[in-house]
Design a protein around this ligand. Structure first.
Ligand SMILES: OC[C@H]1O[C@H](O[C@H]2O[C@H](CO)[C@@H](O)[C@H](O)[C@H]2O)[C@H](O)[C@@H](O)[C@@H]1O
Length: 667
């Protein structure tokens, strides 16, 4: 979020409440006229009894003695967690599991105190008692993180200077400032005394999404890295990558987010694409060499722990192929949404049905789409969730992209044997991918359901993931045209604010209509842009412009970027639905927007009414060095060949920096 006082990277107005939950709530209330805290469930002895039931014995926990030996009894299971959730200590269930234990406390000592003080059943413990206990033994959430300085941040960059349109330039500059607000580093005690924290230690500073998300998130980081590259923050992007490498070395995979309670599930696999984007921008071959074994290690996680055999029956013979699935092993309520999960599971009367439900819930969280009609049997109700029956087209397209990147990296590394190995893996997988997901009569790729043996041919942006990941032969541009037409026929491209997540209107889930998310809008735009078809490339531009206008118009009235938007509304409105309030910040929204602005910096033109919330900060236009260079994005249009971004001369850069520095100094 931009600073109130945009004078430079290190100036933070101490009196401003930017970045605080209070500010988020206030802005949100002003915008939506909704109460700041939406309370869906009421407390009561029956609910407390339900929350206090035994969910842990014989179950697979989200973190345990092996992965989080000092923390699991507090953050991933146990009666204290249940008591906090039963009394609804905080409006957001995630708050408690983010609170560090006080100095000199351990998980064991806290649980001993708790058992001694409260030998009674959970439903008999009052909210006041729980609140006092938590205050005595825990610090405030977020206390373990400090804001940090971005070593590579400059007020103006060459890429920014190339943006032709004044309004887009002003907007991009505001986004460029937000990185400063979202930078965090861990206090030394997280490394020295890790068992007091649910936060997972990483060695370098990083950019977080914002709001309630005060830790790294795996797939968010891909769009954050894209945005950092657009902002020329290469060393910050590198630190993000090195943090993930450290995590893979430690755990063998990247968890959903940087907290111990996420240690049983991942998120869409975007580590290799991050390294690839970084390489394109910097040509840093050494980093690629260093990351090759790390990417291989992550790939083993997906192959060994997240794959499934599918038997394809043809008239002549049966063939078994191996595809990937989102499928966590954990089968207890998610600690960060414990109360919500227990209440949603209420209709299930047996332990085994509840466990299956929790596993499908966790698996949907692994997909990043938590939650969506995409995972529901009846396309309406969360209780019909069946994520583990679904073989998702996007996950498989992303792993196809991983294989492609690996064959390219091994070529770069001068290792022909490994290059051949990954090339043939890729080519076999692409063939199997087509067999499993392509539906000829519906001219597109769709999720496959193991239970029904059929495809879900409804519109979801994930159907376009193979275009983005280029898990098809780009020479077959008719295929891309067909996919575009299918999506257009669904009406998904006719919304005034961008592309919705589905056309299912009755779920009230955050990954459904009318909500539009930046990663999905960006993915479709990029998929069309990377195609070899000029008409689709033009469509990509139109969609990009629409999405950016939604972002800009909402920024204009709220002075913030948001996690997701209601794309049904012409003026850009905040999204609702799901289990928490829409969050401000926001890492991937900024990243996707900055990347799109840089990609189309030569053609974007804002023609709408004056956006008063944006004017005031743009540096004087006349001082910028002009450049006729077109796209500064990493991936060139009309070809799957990638080219590094172009740059202007260093003297003009210096002039721009001096001019803008003077501007900030004066104003
Ligand atoms: O606390 C509920 C859920 O919140 C996260 O999900 C959402 O935010 C993430 C961060 O921006 C994003 O990656 C995800 O796609 C969103 O749905 C978290 O990732 C979930 O695991 C968590 O249960």
């Amino acid at each position: 979020r931009p600073q109130k006082d945009p004078r430079g990277p290190n100036i933070i107005d101490e009196t401003a409440d930017f970045g605080t939950p209070e500010h988020d709530n206030r802005v949100h209330t002003e915008l939506t006229q909704l109460p700041a805290i939406r309370s869906v469930f009421q407390t009561g002895p029956e609910i407390a009894r339900l929350i206090g039931s035994d969910y842990f014995n014989g179950s697979v926990l989200p973190c345990d003695n092996e992965t989080a030996p000092g923390q699991w009894m507090v953050y991933c299971s146990g009666r204290l967690l249940q008591a906090v959730m039963a009394v609804k200590l905080y409006p957001d269930s995630k708050t408690f599991v983010d609170q560090p234990m006080k100095v000199n406390q351990t998980g064991e000592s806290i649980m001993e105190h708790f058992e001694k003080r409260f030998p009674k059943p959970i439903e008999q413990i009052s909210k006041k008692e729980v609140a006092e206990f938590v205050d005595e033994f825990f610090d405030k959430e977020g206390n373990e993180l400090d804001v940090c300085e971005l070593p590579d941040w400059k007020p103006i960059t060459e890429k920014l200077a190339q943006i032709k349109d004044d309004t887009y330039l002003a907007f991009a500059q505001r986004l460029h400032f937000i990185w400063i607000q979202l930078c965090r580093q861990m206090k030394p005690e997280v490394k020295e005394d890790p068992f007091r924290f649910s936060l997972i230690y990483v060695p370098y500073q990083f950019i977080l999404p914002g709001g309630r998300f005060r830790e790294f998130y795996y797939w968010d980081a891909y769009w954050i890295v894209k945005g950092l590259i657009a902002s020329e923050l290469y060393s910050t992007a590198r630190m993000m990558i090195l943090n993930f490498a450290h995590i893979i070395e430690t755990y063998g995979f990247i968890p959903n987010g940087g907290r111990v309670y996420y240690l049983r599930r991942s998120q869409p696999p975007f580590f290799a694409p991050m390294v690839y984007e970084y390489y394109l921008a910097t040509q840093d071959t050494q980093l690629v060499m260093d990351m090759i074994p790390v990417i291989e290690k992550e790939y083993i996680f997906w192959s060994q722990r997240r794959s499934v055999n599918i038997t394809l029956e043809t008239q002549e013979f049966n063939e078994t192929v191996r595809m990937f699935q989102y499928h966590t092993e954990a089968d207890t309520p998610r600690p960060e949404s414990f109360r919500e999960d227990v209440l949603s599971a209420e209709p299930f009367t047996t332990k085994s049905k509840k466990r299956a439900f929790f596993k499908d819930i966790g698996s949907a969280a692994e997909s990043g789409w938590d939650f969506s009609s995409r995972w529901f049997k009846d396309h309406k109700n969360l209780t019909t969730i069946e994520t583990t029956n679904i073989v998702p087209v996007d996950l498989n397209a992303f792993l196809c992209y991983n294989m492609n990147i690996m064959q390219f990296f091994y070529q770069l590394a001068g290792n022909p044997l490994k290059h051949m190995e990954w090339s043939s893996r890729l080519s076999n997988f692409r063939q199997d991918f087509t067999k499993v997901f392509y539906v000829p009569v519906r001219k597109g790729w769709y999720d496959y359901n193991l239970r029904t043996g059929s495809h879900n041919t409804d519109f979801f942006p994930s159907n376009a993931a193979p275009l983005f990941a280029q898990c098809y032969d780009p020479l077959n541009s008719q295929l891309a045209v067909d996919v575009y037409n299918q999506m257009e026929n669904s009406g998904a491209f006719s919304m005034s604010g961008g592309i919705p997540t589905s056309m299912h209107k009755e779920t009230n889930q955050q990954w459904d209509y009318p909500n539009g998310w930046s990663p999905l809008n960006h993915m479709i735009i990029e998929g069309l842009r990377k195609s070899l078809n000029p008409t689709l490339q033009q469509k990509a531009f139109v969609l990009a412009q629409k999405w950016l206008e939604t972002n800009m118009q909402t920024f204009n009235v709220s002075n913030a970027m948001w996690e997701k938007y209601n794309v049904q509304e012409p003026q850009g409105k905040l999204a609702t639905g799901g289990e928490y309030e829409v969050q401000a910040g926001f890492g991937w929204t900024n990243g996707a927007a900055l990347d799109l602005i840089m990609t189309y910096s030569d053609r974007l033109e804002y023609k709408g009414p004056l956006l008063e919330g944006l004017v005031g900060t743009p540096p004087p236009r006349k001082s910028f060095s002009s450049s006729s260079s077109s796209s500064s994005s990493s991936t060139s249009e009309s070809s799957s060949t990638i080219t590094p971004s172009s740059t202007t001369g260093s003297s003009s850069k210096l002039l721009a920096i001096i001019t803008v520095t003077i501007f900030y100094f004066l104003f």
